[in-house]
Design a protein around this ligand. Structure first.
Ligand code: AMP
Length: 281
C-alpha cells in the first residue's frame, strides 16, 4: 500500500493505472476509520482494480462552533486497517495541499442543501461539495463510495456530479450498525456509557414509526411528534431535528402516500448524531 500526500503524485499513479486500463475506486473519508468506512472500502475493492482511500479532515465543512479541532484522528491505526484490507493507495493531503493560499472557489448546490443538516449547519454542504469535487478531479475515479448514514450528503454529491458532468459513478452504501443497532460513527467516541444507552433512542424510534404505520397512521406530523416525544424521553438527548421528507428531493412530506425518509439529528451529550431510514407503506 502506498501513502501519498501530494496531489501530483496521485495524478501520476492515476495516469499510470488508467494507461493499463485499470479501473479506480475512491473512498473519501475523514479518517478515524471504523467498520462503516471499511464497508465502503470492501465495496470499492470488489468493484475496481485499484482502490484509493482519502483521509482528510476538511475544515470547510465544519462550522465555527463545531468540532474541527477535536475531531478524532488516528492516522497510524487508519493505515494499519487499510493495509489489512489490501487497499492500494491512501491519499492523505495536508491542509495547504488542499487549500493553498488565495483559495477562492466554492461548489454550491441549491435546493436539497436547504433542508435537514443543510438548514442546521450553514455552509456545511458547500464545504462537502467543494472538497469532494476536488477529490474527484484529483483521483478521477470510475466509481466513488459514500455511506447512506450521511443520506443528504449522498444526495448532494449525486446532484452536483450529475449537474457538473463529472465522469464518476456515485455508489451509496447501506448504514453499518453496531450489534445493538447504533449507527457506527467516528463521533460515537464522544459518548459515555450512559450516553451511549440514550444514543440507541435514534434507532429505537424506527420501531415507534413502524408501529404507527402498521396501525394505519399516515399523518407525518403525528409520526414526527411521537418520535420527538420518544427520543426526548431519554436522558442527555437534545433534538436538532426530526424530519419526514421525500427520499429523492428531501422536501417536507406531510401526508404519507408511499414512502418517506425519516431523518434524525440529535445531540447526545456533546455528540451530534445522525441516523435515517426509508419507510415504505
Ligand atoms: P466520514 O469519515 O465521517 O466523513 O465518513 C466517510 C464516509 O463513510 C461517508 O461517505 C460516510 O457516509 C461513510 N460512513 C460513515 N459511517 C458509516 C456507517 N455507519 N455506515 C455506512 N457508511 C458510513
Amino acid at each position: 500500500m502506498k501513502i501519498l500526500h501530494k496531489i501530483e503524485d496521485v495524478r501520476n499513479f492515476v495516469k499510470e493505472e488508467k494507461g493499463i486500463n485499470k479501473s479506480i475506486g475512491l473512498v473519501p473519508t475523514m479518517g478515524f476509520l471504523h467498520q462503516g468506512h471499511l464497508e465502503l472500502v470492501s465495496k470499492s475493492l470488489a468493484d475496481n482494480d485499484i482502490t484509493v482511500v482519502s483521509i482528510f479532515v476538511n475544515p470547510a465543512q465544519f462550522g465555527p462552533n463545531e468540532d474541527f479541532e477535536s475531531y478524532p484522528r488516528d492516522f497510524d491505526q487508519d493505515v494499519s486497517l487499510l493495509k489489512e484490507k489490501k487497499v492500494d493507495y491512501v491519499f492523505a493531503p495536508s491542509l495547504d495541499e488542499m487549500y493553498p493560499e488565495n483559495f477562492a472557489t466554492k461548489v454550491v448546490v441549491s435546493g436539497i442543501t436547504e433542508t435537514l443538516c443543510g438548514a442546521k449547519r450553514p455552509g456545511h454542504f458547500e464545504g462537502v461539495a467543494t472538497v469532494v469535487t476536488k477529490l474527484l478531479n484529483i483521483a478521477d475515479p470510475d466509481r466513488a463510495y459514500f455511506g447512506m448514514k450521511d443520506y443528504q450528503q449522498l444526495k448532494v454529491i449525486e446532484r452536483f456530479v450529475r449537474d457538473l458532468n463529472i465522469n464518476t459513478e456515485i455508489k451509496g452504501v447501506s448504514i453499518v450498525r453496531e450489534k445493538d443497532g447504533l449507527a457506527i460513527s467516528s463521533r460515537n467516541i464522544y459518548l459515555s456509557d450512559e450516553e451511549r444507552e440514550s444514543a440507541l433512542s435514534l434507532v429505537k424510534s424506527f420501531n415507534v414509526v413502524q408501529n404507527l404505520l402498521d396501525e394505519g397512521e399516515r399523518d407525518a406530523d403525528v409520526i414526527r411528534e411521537r418520535v420527538i416525544d420518544f427520543i426526548s424521553g431519554f436522558k442527555y438527548t437534545n433534538i436538532d431535528y426530526v424530519s419526514t421528507v421525500d427520499p429523492e428531493t428531501l422536501e417536507y412530506i406531510g401526508f404519507i402516500e408511499d414512502k418517506f425518509l425519516l431523518a434524525l439529528a440529535v445531540y447526545v451529550g456533546k455528540a451530534r448524531l445522525i441516523d435515517n431510514k426509508i419507510f415504505e407503506v
